[in-house]
Design a protein around this ligand. Structure first.
Ligand code: ZN
Length: 245
């Protein structure tokens, strides 16, 4: 079985469609790691597209929770708050119903899916080595896939001595997940990358071959920016897409 893994789509339909075109034929079942909405101009279209992906498993992210009005928006920075309020006003009943149906953690065979981290599935940004031991202790599968930081990342833990390593993968790196490590793997963000590379990020996981493949694909950033301007979403949120930050 081959899985398409997408995270942090953030209502960016151009990026999402480009990823789906690029990945066509290379996966059987889709996994989505939350933050389908927030920031971008096409919340309903993105949710509808993701809902229609074959065999979808999906967890909820902090921006999804925010757009549903389930948290105090003052925990967001002003730009994210503005976009969350805008998104809330745009969402159809179908979009809301789908987001409300999502859980925080999904376990699928050898893999656990979360948005943030195993320890705090909605909110924790998993970035530093110091966070690794606690988080590896909070799930039991060999693998965990997460999003939230918008930066591709590899956390690995030696199954014997429990030593952990954290590093940023190369843009097209293939990780051999068959070796004697457990992994927390972040594919990066489809709709708002923050690692200095504006290209949409996604991954393919081949469960039989035990390979996790990182991918990047350029999409029409200007088309998304134009839609954001038309929707009067903050200029800074449109600008950052061009820089991947
Ligand atoms: Zn996000």
């Amino acid at each position: 079985m081959r899985y398409l893994i997408i995270a942090d789509v953030h209502s960016n339909l151009e990026a999402l469609k480009t990823v789906l075109d690029a990945a066509e034929g290379s996966w059987d079942t889709a996994l989505c790691l939350g933050d389908l909405v927030g920031y971008g101009p096409n919340p309903n279209e993105c949710v509808e597209t993701v809902r229609g992906l074959n065999g979808l498993s999906c967890v909820i992210g902090n921006h999804d929770v925010a757009a549903l009005g389930q948290i105090d928006l003052d925990t967001f920075n002003p730009l994210a708050k503005f976009a969350a309020v805008w998104t809330k006003g745009q969402m159809s009943d179908e979009t809301k119903g789908f987001l409300e149906s999502l859980g925080q953690v999904e376990e699928m065979g050898a893999t656990t899916l979360v948005h943030g981290s195993p320890r705090d599935p909605i909110w924790e940004y998993l970035e530093y080595p110091s966070q690794a031991p606690e988080n590896f202790a909070r799930f039991t599968t060999k693998l965990c896939f997460n999003g939230h930081t918008h930066v591709p990342k590899i956390f690995s833990q030696d199954a014997e001595d429990r030593r952990t390593e954290v590093r940023v993968p190369d843009p097209d790196e293939v990780v051999d997940t068959a070796d004697e490590h457990r992994f927390i793997l972040n594919p990066g963000s489809v709709g708002q990358p923050r690692d200095g590379d504006p290209r949409a990020a996604y991954a393919i996981f081949d469960a039989d071959g035990e390979r996790f493949e990182y991918h990047r694909v350029a999409y029409d950033v200007e088309a998304t920016q134009k839609k954001m301007a038309d929707a009067r979403l903050p200029q800074a949120l449109a600008d950052r897409l061009a820089y991947g930050f």
